[in-house]
Design a protein around this ligand. Structure first.
Ligand code: ZN
Length: 266
C-alpha cells in the first residue's frame, strides 16, 4: 500500500513536471494567420507560428537565464522547427552561449546578420541582400553599419505571416539617411503586407512604419526600462490609429496575434 502511494505521488510529480514543461501557449494549436509573441528582454523575442518557432536577438535579463521568461528550458523546444536570428555582435543582442542550444534542440537553425566565424554550418549574412530559405522559413536581410559594426535587419516569411525584426536598424536622421531609406524601400518591395514589426525607437521608426505599414508594432531595445514602450505608444503620432502597439511591460509578456489583431495571450 505504501508502495502504491509512493508510485501515485511520483506520477503526480511527473504529471506536474510535464505540465510545467509544456505551458498552454506552447501547445495551443495555431492557424496560419496566428502567432504567439513572447517578449524575452531588450530586443529579444520569441514568435511561435503554426509550425515554426522564431527567436530574435535573445539575451538574458539581469539575474535570469536567456529563456527563463518562457517558463520552459531550451529542451522544451526540441522537436520544433526553431530558427534563431541574431542581428549583430553587440552584447545586448548576441550571447554566444546560445550556440549551446544545438545540444538541447537538435535541428535548430541559426542565422547571423554578420560574417561570424562559426564552426557549425550556420547561415552568416554579409553586406549583400540575399534571400535565405531554410526549413520552410524565408528570410530577406538588409545590411547597415550605423553603429560601426556590420549588422542586419530581417524580414521573415513563415506560415503565411510576415515579420520584420529591425535589430538596431534605426536612425536619428530617419529618411534623410540614404542607407536607412533604401533598406526600407527594398524590404517594402518584397512583401505586400507586414504582420509584425519589432523596432527600436530612437529615430526613424515612424518613417519605417509608414513605409512598411505593419499591422502590429512592438517597440523594443529598452530592456530594464520597459516603461519606455508604453511611453512611446502614447506619443500622439503613434497613438493615432491605425497603429496597433504591443506593449511588453516585463520579460515573459505574451501576446496572441490573429489576423491583424492583438491581445494578451494566456
Ligand atoms: Zn542594440
Amino acid at each position: 500500500m505504501r508502495r502504491l502511494a509512493l508510485v501515485l505521488a511520483l506520477l503526480v510529480v511527473v504529471a506536474q513536471t510535464v505540465a510545467a514543461a509544456e505551458p498552454a501557449w506552447m501547445t495551443k494549436p495555431l492557424k496560419a494567420d496566428e502567432a504567439i509573441v513572447v517578449y524575452l528582454y531588450h530586443s529579444g523575442w520569441l514568435v511561435r507560428t503554426h509550425s515554426h518557432v522564431l527567436i530574435f536577438d535573445p539575451v538574458a535579463a539581469p539575474g535570469q537565464k536567456i529563456l527563463e521568461p518562457l517558463g520552459v528550458p531550451p529542451t522544451a523546444l526540441a522537436g520544433r522547427n526553431v530558427t534563431v536570428l541574431v542581428s549583430h555582435a553587440h552584447s545586448d543582442h548576441w550571447d554566444p552561449s546560445i550556440l549551446g542550444w544545438v545540444e538541447q534542440v537538435p535541428g535548430i537553425h541559426y542565422v547571423f546578420g554578420w560574417e561570424l566565424e562559426a564552426k557549425e554550418p550556420h547561415v552568416c549574412l554579409g553586406r549583400n541582400r540575399v534571400v535565405t530559405r531554410m526549413g520552410g522559413v524565408t528570410i530577406y536581410n538588409v545590411h547597415h553599419a550605423f553603429d560601426g559594426i556590420p549588422e542586419s535587419a530581417f524580414l521573415v516569411h513563415a506560415d503565411g505571416l510576415w515579420l520584420y525584426h529591425a535589430g538596431d536598424h534605426s536612425h536619428s536622421r530617419g529618411a534623410k539617411d540614404k542607407t536607412f531609406r533604401d533598406n526600407l524601400s527594398y524590404l517594402a518591395s518584397r512583401t505586400h503586407h507586414l504582420d509584425l514589426m519589432f523596432t527600436p525607437t530612437w529615430g526613424g521608426e515612424l518613417y519605417a512604419i509608414r513605409v512598411l505599414r505593419p499591422r502590429v508594432v512592438f517597440p523594443m531595445h529598452d530592456g530594464g526600462r520597459e516603461v519606455q514602450y508604453a511611453r512611446w505608444a502614447s506619443r500622439s503620432e503613434v497613438a493615432a490609429p491605425p497603429i496597433v502597439v504591443g506593449i511588453a511591460d516585463r520579460p515573459g509578456r505574451r501576446f496572441l496575434y490573429r489576423n491583424g489583431r492583438l491581445r494578451r495571450a494566456p
